[in-house]
Design a protein around this ligand. Sequence first.
Ligand code: MN
Length: 198
Amino acid sequence: MAFELPPLPYEKSALEPHISENTLNFHYGKHHQGYVTKLNAAIEGTDLDGKSLEEVITAVSGDSSKSGIFNNAAQVWNHTFYWHSMKPGGGGAPTGKVAELINRDFGSYEEFKKAFKDKGATQFGSGWAWLVSAGGKLHVTNTLNAHTPVEDADATPLLTMDVWEHAYYLDYQNDRPGYIDHFLDNLVNWDFANENLG
Ligand code: MN
């Protein structure tokens, strides 16, 4: 029972001009696919074979002898969550329940934006910026490399932004803050964040 690359929720050109079809050809078609392929090869015939992706991630989280499995499993999960965290014509101020909670916990959308942008821009090296719900409050966090809030039983991830260079280098070169601005202003899928609030 091998894992499969989940379909993108839109066409590869749908996020242009903010994220190009060329980036998605590599990022989805090569990087995300590569994590799926390596994960399947690593767990075939082991006691992890047949478990859900979340079960694999939590089973090997923190076990340095299984870091290869962890990295590929978490990257498969994170990328699927990232594709859904964006939509064509997205971005800008939130709507629905998440808008109320952002105002309650950050003071305003502008304050949230500053905090999220800071988490993305200051993540040294490769990683992810997140909006999560934990302990009855919304928080922005960042994680290194493949790390993910799925490892934290108390956190519910609402949105993520990939800040690995492969997410933006073809379109923005070294301008990570420019990529983050486009993500926030033009791509964020607030409907997805609201669904994840449950
Ligand atoms: Mn990526």
